[in-house]
Design a binder for this molecule. Structure first.
Ligand SMILES: [Mn+2]
Length: 335
């Protein structure tokens, strides 16, 4: 294995032991609007993670806090078409979606979301039924377009394709750049609840709106996937991400949202991703911010384990896992 690759948080790893948390770099970039560099983002985030403090206040101890971390060799694909690349992402992720380990993916543009959810479909908590899954999406954009420039699998359509796959519920947080088509989808699709940035971040009344969002997160039930698009944060925090947007969440809003999802007493966060990471050249701010969020996700997951909101299910497997043969993602929407 290529151990020149950075490990998550710079911690030593044992390739032969069954991990508790697997970090899955997905350097995928095909359709990002005008940013460059999401293909390099996951590695930049891993490199920056070595500078993150290991102390997790939620746990009162340092990470890894008794957990075994595994940083997987980054996904790659020789496939020529976009759909085949997405199929390869599903095949790469699915061996880690059996419920015995917590998967955290690092992207890569947000187009990774639909194959990520397809890979989760057979998770024991879902049993083949994605309608049991709630997706919490932190994002400047609704990602609900039917297509962008003729491409239905664009990052700008990721949430729409997730709903097409049958996801039961979608909570969006921080949306502030969306089209009329997307607003209508939010209004008309009863699976979607959007917490717009103009409400939760408003100078007047924002605090109450934010509190009601936290209440909604606390009330989550059942299996949850958290997808954190870096541009959900205010653009000043993540200037290198593909489409930075002003008016987004502060760092502490993001932390409260993550901790809120993982502490919901009736919910189990079965997987998570941080996406649209890109390497900032003039400062480590973007990749370090991404690494801080990834670390918070792992810390909040560790607390969920400790407090009984997450338990390993399925057979614990040893060591690294081989990607499955390319399978079904691209045909799922046609069921
Ligand atoms: Mn997005």
């Amino acid at each position: 294995m290529d151990r020149d690759l950075p490990t998550f948080l710079g911690l030593p790893e044992d390739d032969d032991a069954a991990p508790d948390v697997v970090v899955l770099p997905l350097p995928y970039e095909l359709t990002t609007s005008y940013g460059q560099g999401t293909a390099d983002g996951p590695i930049a985030c891993l490199e920056a993670s070595a500078q993150v403090e290991l102390h997790e206040v939620l746990l009162g101890e340092d990470l890894p806090a008794g957990l075994r971390f595994r940083t997987e060799t980054p996904w790659s694909s020789e496939a020529g078409s976009l759909l085949e690349q997405l199929d390869d992402i599903e095949a790469f992720l699915r061996p880690w979606c059996g419920g015995d380990v917590f998967p955290l993916s690092l992207g890569g543009e947000h187009g990774i979301l639909p194959p990520m959810l397809a890979a989760l479909r057979d998770h024991p908590a879902l049993g083949g039924d994605l309608s049991r899954l709630t997706v919490v999406q932190i994002d400047a954009h609704a990602d609900l377009r039917s297509e962008l420039d003729g491409e239905p699998y664009s990052h700008a359509c990721a949430a729409a394709r997730a709903l097409d796959l049958g996801v039961g519920r979608l909570l969006q947080v921080g949306v502030r750049a969306h089209s009329l088509e997307e607003q209508k989808r939010i209004d008309d699709d009863e699976r979607i609840t959007a917490w717009f940035a103009r409400d939760v971040m408003a100078p007047s009344g924002g605090e109450a709106a934010w509190a009601s969002l936290l209440d909604a997160l606390h009330a989550l039930e059942g299996p949850v996937h958290l997808t954190f698009d870096l541009d959900g944060l205010d653009g000043t925090l993540v200037p290198a991400t593909g489409t930075p947007v002003p008016g987004g969440l502060t760092f502490w809003h993001a932390i409260q949202a993550i901790e809120g999802v993982f502490s919901a007493p009736k919910a189990t966060v079965i997987s998570a991703d941080v996406n649209e990471i890109a390497r900032q050249a003039d400062s480590p701010l973007t990749q370090f911010t991404a690494a801080m969020l990834a670390t918070k996700i792992v810390g909040a997951h560790a607390l969920a384990r400790r407090e009984g909101r997450w338990s390993a299910v399925g057979d614990a497997q040893q060591g690294r896992r081989t990607p499955l043969p390319r399978k079904t993602f691209s045909s799922m929407g046609n069921d």
